[in-house]
Design a binder for this molecule. Structure first.
Ligand SMILES: [Fe+2]
Length: 348
């Protein structure tokens, strides 16, 4: 977005500026005639008599159009044309050539020149060719500016739509949690803990935003879990445990069309164990996305300090000890270290 803005600004500048022409010919008399004619017509003009001077001028001042002599001592106009076009694609180029070199001029058009003029010059033709080339250049710049504006608008609207959808899913998560007396407010609390951890780990603003959405939505897949199983007061059977654990996969599938892959992966892997010993786990250690490893600690802390149908809530101190005990097995030890720092600050 920033890049588009910068480009847009530079296009605006190019369009606003009085257009400067660069007249290139090794003969001073020819340059003078063109200079006088085009200056009288209101253009700002600069002159160059050789390739090196052309490149220096282009590098130091914004040139809208170059009238480029084909035959010059040293580097010719034909050799210079591709350099101008690749280095300064927004600069129009009109080739100037003797009538006998028309085929060369046509070749130049194929290589990106905007037009050609024959020597000796008919000054009215020069004037018309300059007007045409500048108009074409203006249109090109305006179209690009419009395209950038549209791209920016589409990006903005897509972001808005995405936010609305994610907000709706978040509301669905809250509704699911509100229905269940054991999990009310779980996702919001997990998000706060995860963000504190993300902050401690120095995550970028974009990663923090992903972490926020992933944490808020991590249990949306519970919509597919049988409430009776979820609230069973006794020990779960293997089948029941497997049934509950489908929520990670279902949740990732629900959000995948709306969020970036990273958020979906974070939800998919939020119950992965660091040592790889989790149910149907396919990755382990640092292959588990960082945000999923953060979420695992945050999720466990809130789960342990909340009542569950099968056990009462643990104290914060007990939960911290349990997380410490599981560093390297269930949890990433580096994240446990960061967690202990945030826990220390929070309990100060
Ligand atoms: Fe979960």
């Amino acid at each position: 977005m920033k890049q588009a803005n910068a480009n847009e600004k530079s296009i605006e500048r190019m369009l606003d500026q009085r257009e400067t022409l660069l007249i290139v010919d090794d003969e001073a008399a020819i340059r003078r005639v063109l200079y006088q004619k085009l200056s009288r017509e209101g253009y700002q003009c600069e002159e160059a008599d050789a390739a090196e001077q052309v490149l220096n001028t282009l590098a130091t001042s914004p040139i809208a159009l170059v009238i480029l002599d084909i035959k010059m001592p040293g580097k010719s106009g034909i050799e210079l044309l591709p350099e101008i076009k690749s280095g300064y694609p927004d600069t129009a180029v009109i080739m100037a050539t003797a009538v006998t070199d028309i085929n060369v001029a046509i070749q130049c058009l194929k290589q990106g020149a905007d037009d050609y003029l024959c020597k000796p010059f008919n000054l009215e033709e020069v004037s018309l060719a300059v007007q045409r080339a500048l108009e074409k250049r203006r249109l090109k710049l305006e179209i690009r500016e419009y395209q950038q504006f549209l791209e920016e608008k589409v990006e903005e609207q897509t972001g808005e739509i995405r936010k609305i959808f994610l907000g709706a899913i978040e509301a669905l998560v809250s509704a699911l949690e509100a229905k269940d007396k054991y999990t009310g407010g779980h996702s919001r609390r997990v998000t706060e803990i995860a963000l504190a951890l993300g902050n401690e780990l120095g995550l970028s603003a974009q990663d923090m935003e992903d972490l926020r959405w992933g944490s808020l939505l991590h249990d949306v897949g519970k919509i597919a879990v049988d409430q009776l199983v979820q609230n069973k007061p006794d020990k779960l059977t293997r089948e029941e445990y497997e049934h509950i654990m489908i929520h990670a996969h279902v949740g990732a599938d629900i959000v995948r069309p709306l969020v970036n892959g990273k958020i979906a992966e974070m939800i998919e892997h939020h119950h992965d164990r660091y040592d790889g010993s989790g149910l149907h786990q396919v990755i382990a250690g640092n292959d588990i996305p960082l945000e999923a490893r953060i979420l695992a600690v945050a999720d466990a802390l809130d789960a342990m300090t909340s009542d569950r149908p099968y056990r009462p809530a643990m104290s914060i101190a007990e939960a911290i000890d349990e997380i410490k005990r599981c560093a390297g097995t269930q949890f990433d030890p580096d994240i446990v270290t960061a967690f202990l720092k945030t826990a220390k600050t929070a309990t100060k």
